[in-house]
Design a protein around this ligand. Structure first.
Ligand code: GLN
Length: 484
């Protein structure tokens, strides 16, 4: 069902919020042992919230009636009573937030992230927090300190990452939707691997207040769902200016009035290179054909600096992450006193290295070292500053392309979901999984992952990238694609 369909059932009293929530919780209890999409479940909170929400619905809609259809919109949000899951790097008041890291294993969030506040105000029911690669660093959700999430389509394969728990939960129908975060592909790639829809909004479209920061100039929160209509509803609730995040801006969600047939879609040759799995290439080419059949023009374009996107991303991401992670010093943020006294050290520096060495995973330490190096005196110009300059060139490639086309279509990932453990020993191989997603991240552009069929029973995702704040155009094209 879609959110709208569930909503209709709720206000017609054909189903209660409690029934929905209990059904989800039961399903999770039964099936998540194999998948491990959740790190924390909050059944009591969810049930309490469900009762409160039901009371609200009952107040507005006294008796079962079909006439309620027209009035429902103004009084009750479409999200009222809709169950969701939240990536465990987004703060939910009074709920544990680990970011997949031992260093935050006991951290209880003292406040709600802005996106959570908005979801709660709309009446959405939070079922729990989902697994992720530690501090959102990874492409497979194998890097979590607590569990490995499995792909619901094949338990021997990864769900993608870092929002793998959120994507797997939606694909398993444990919840109606989930929130993820995307710094270099972490919403889009797991959505593609799990066969669901994932939107990374334009940088600044959604508040980052209450998101555990990875790389602040790239991080964005976005929805993961089973269909475009649901994405639209959630995005509309979470987006917009927030005084608590100075990089957030008000955006417009007006849908393009112009006929969809006037749209032009660019196909960048640098994204259809050797190394893409044949099956993936074929599925994405089918998407191009489908758009053409719908009367939409497609154009071959070039984004010449694409080959530098991944190294540029690596330097900028690691630099910002090393700075952001400096706050986890073992004194603030949740480590128990017992752990602190465990560190038998003589001075503060030794204390930091003891705690950070012990409670940060390998990948985190790798990136902190890389980032600190790139920012250090003597290397700053050569690495960080140079990466910033190349970032500008990559952005200009997109600006150029968008003077000719409205949207850009690419694969999300060069492969389908890979096997568990397949890339764990080789970080470079793992980083290559992000080769098609980091470009839009560096340019701050909105991008969606659309399911476009399967290869050997494993889902493939097509990526539509749009102009800044043109989420409506992406969603419109996505909707048309989904329907035909
Ligand atoms: N997989 C990418 C990385 O490891 C992206 C992570 C993300 O978007 N949070 O950096």
């Amino acid at each position: 069902m879609t959110i709208k369909e569930l909503h209709q059932k709720l206000i017609r009293k054909e189903i209660s919020v409690l029934e929905i929530v209990k059904t989800c919780l039961k399903k999770i209890e039964r099936e998540d042992k194999k998948i491990h999409s959740f790190l924390t479940l909050v059944p009591e909170l969810a049930i309490k919230q469900a009762q409160k929400t039901q009371a609200k619905i009952d107040r507005e809609f006294k008796a079962p009636s079909s006439k309620v259809l027209n009035t429902s919109k103004d009084k009750i949000s479409l999200l009222c009573g809709i169950p969701c899951a939240i990536k465990d790097n987004i703060l939910v008041e009074d709920v544990k937030c680990t970011a997949g890291s031992k260093i935050l294993q006991d951290y209880i969030s003292p406040y709600d992230a802005t996106v959570i506040k908005r979801l709660k105000e709309a009446g959405a029911i939070i079922l729990g927090k989902t697994n992720l690669d530690e501090f959102a660093m990874g492409s497979s959700t194998e890097n979590s300190a607590f569990a490995i999430t499995r792909n619901p389509h094949d338990f021997n394969r990864v769900p993608g990452g870092s929002s793998g728990g959120s994507a797997a939960a939606v694909a398993s129908d444990f919840c109606q939707f989930a929130l993820g975060s995307d710094t270099g592909g972490s919403i889009r790639q797991p959505a593609a691997f799990c066969g669901v829809v994932g939107l990374k909004p334009t940088y600044g479209a959604v508040s980052r207040y209450g998101l555990v920061a990875m790389a602040s100039s790239l991080d964005q929160i976005g929805p993961i769902t089973n269909n475009i209509e649901d994405i639209k509803i959630i995005f509309d609730i979470i987006r917009g200016r927030d005084p608590l995040d100075s990089t957030s801006v008000e955006s417009n969600l007006k849908h393009p009035t112009s006929n969809i047939q006037h749209l032009k879609i660019g196909i960048p040759k640098e994204y259809f290179i050797e190394g893409i799995e044949e099956g993936v290439r074929k599925r994405v080419e089918k998407v191009i054909e489908k758009f053409q059949k719908l009367g939409i023009k497609t154009l071959n374009i070039s984004l010449p600096h694409t080959e530098y996107a991944l190294p540029t991303y690596s330097v900028i991401m690691a630099s910002e992450a090393s700075t952001n992670l400096a706050r986890y010093d073992g004194i603030r943020y949740g480590l128990k006193e017992s752990l602190i006294s465990e560190a038998k050290v003589q001075n503060l520096f030794d204390f930091y290295s003891e705690i950070r060495g012990k409670y940060f995973g390998k990948e985190i330490r790798r990136r902190i070292v890389l980032g600190s190096f790139a920012l250090s005196v003597g290397y700053y110009d050569e690495y960080y500053l140079r990466a910033q300059k190349v970032r500008r060139l990559i952005k200009e490639d997109f600006d150029q392309a968008f003077s000719k086309v409205d949207l850009i279509l690419t694969p999300v990932s060069p492969t389908v979901a890979f096997k568990l453990g397949e890339k764990m020993d080789d970080p470079i191989k793992m980083y290559l999984a992000d080769i098609f997603t980091v470009g839009a991240s560096l340019a701050g552009l909105p991008a969606i992952s659309l399911p476009c069929g399967k290869v050997n029973n494993l889902p493939v995702g097509a990526q539509l990238i749009g102009k800044p704040f043109q989420e409506p155009t992406i969603l419109k094209a996505g909707e048309i694609f989904e329907k035909f």
